[in-house]
Design a protein around this ligand. Structure first.
Ligand code: PMP
Ligand code: GLN
Length: 397
């Protein structure tokens, strides 16, 4: 039955009208429908450590977290987050006032923007941007101001002059993402120092999405922006167990920052989910305390997969950008004689039996992203081998 209202007004409000269905749902549905290998949506096809799964089972059985956990998150997990930030980055946070547990990084991003943005504020985001950024900036009534990462050799780079030029008297905050989805760019210490200097000079807040913090390669280093001079008190840092421990379905994320910032984000978060993922919070506390060897193996395994997929994509004829971080490879389809990545991705399941994501949907300047396509390599080696073989057969001349 059609939904009727008394006016001709569209049901979906103006803030969300431009967003439609997320590309991840569209492309995963396409993979299911066609039986193609799904290198689109970024989720691992093997679960994280057995011991962490068992910790979740134990928490469920022993009745930890089966009822509403505390609003800020269970103390065990908040403490484990502070230990993690200290162990890897030398950053100290107070688990009671400077940590907030969220329903994945997605809620952390939404709550941060809803808390910190007034209608009319400008929010600078690196383009291509993760799709929920645009929707959440819109829900907060903000205006998104994209700063485009541009191809330079085999990587995408941030033009610091463009970033500086994008700041206006209406700019409230910069929404940063490093390691960057979908390009794989990892901002260097010098680039982060420049962002920090700009934020301090223009009195901006920064939300920094660091969910791929443990996936950096080739000697690249993940440096939290909060560790740069002057930034601890103006930065909201976001992490996710989905990415770091390969449990994307558990939806456990976290925010760290100065007490006033975390309190503001908590104000918004309490009216979104209030709380989530009770028993999983206990399991993630154990995960964050895994020895360094876990994190090193996680990185090494993904490095091998990055190389396997990148080489396979190059052999199939794509122009391959080398990701220094994340579990995504962006390619250029023009060497294959195509220019429209969206059309290319819609046709690829039929043609090659593989699904990928068109980067254009992450751009306001669609033409700047048109020829780029993203493949995920957080999949079993045999799956990556099969996918690259299919691509080579379909495209290599
Ligand atoms: N930020 C980025 C850059 C991501 O790629 C993702 C998705 N995986 C998220 C946030 C959302 O993370 P979560 O699944 O923890 O909500
Ligand atoms: N972050 C994942 C990606 O970039 C997808 C998450 C989602 O489906 N919302 O592929």
């Amino acid at each position: 039955m059609a939904v009727m209202t008394s006016s001709a007004r569209p049901l979906l409000n103006r803030r969300l009208a431009e967003f439609g269905t997320t590309i991840f749902a569209e492309m995963s549905a396409l993979a299911q429908r066609t039986g193609a290998i799904n290198l689109g949506q970024g989720f691992p096809d093997a679960d994280g450590p057995e011991a962490v799964r068992e910790a979740a089972v134990r928490a469920l059985r022993e009745g930890h977290g089966n009822q509403y956990p505390p609003g800020p998150g269970v103390p065990e997990l908040r403490t484990a987050v502070t230990e993690h930030q200290r162990r890897f980055y030398g950053l100290s946070y107070d688990p009671d006032r400077e940590v907030l547990i969220t329903a994945g990084a997605t809620e952390a991003i939404a709550a941060s923007l809803l808390a910190l943005v007034e209608p009319g504020d400008e929010v600078i985001a690196l383009e291509p941007y993760y799709d929920s950024y645009a929707a959440c900036i819109a829900m907060a009534g903000g205006t998104r101001v994209p700063v485009t990462l541009r191809p330079d050799g085999d990587r995408f780079v941030l033009d610091l002059d463009e970033l500086r030029a994008a700041v206006t008297p209406r700019t409230r905050l910069i929404l940063l993402n490093t390691p960057h989805n979908p390009t794989g760019t990892v901002l260097t210490r010098a680039e982060l120092a420049a962002v920090a200097e700009l934020a301090c000079e223009r009195d901006l807040l920064v939300i920094t999405d660091e969910v791929y913090e443990h996936l950096v390669f080739d000697g690249a280093e993940h440096i939290p922006l909060a560790s740069c001079p002057g930034m601890r008190e103006r930065t909201v840092t976001i992490g996710s167990a989905g990415k770091t421990f390969s449990f994307t379905g558990w939806k456990v994320g976290w925010v760290t920052g100065a007490p006033e910032l975390v309190a503001a984000v908590r104000s918004a978060k309490q009216f979104l989910t209030y709380v989530a993922s009770g028993p999983f919070q206990y399991a993630v506390a154990e995960a964050l305390r895994l020895p360094d060897a876990y994190f090193a193996a996680f990185r090494a395994e993904h490095l091998a997969k990055r190389d396997l997929l990148s080489e396979g994509l190059a052999a199939a004829g794509f122009g391959v950008f080398r990701p220094a971080g994340t579990y995504f490879v962006t390619v250029d389809v023009r060497p294959l004689g195509h220019s429209d990545g969206l059309a290319f991705c819609r046709a690829m399941p039929e043609r090659a039996g593989v699904v990928a994501i068109p980067n254009a949907v992450f751009y306001d300047h669609r033409e700047a992203g048109a020829p780029f396509v993203r493949f995920a390599f957080c999949k079993r080696t045999s799956v990556l081998e099969e996918a690259t073989e299919r691509l080579r057969k379909a495209f290599a001349s």
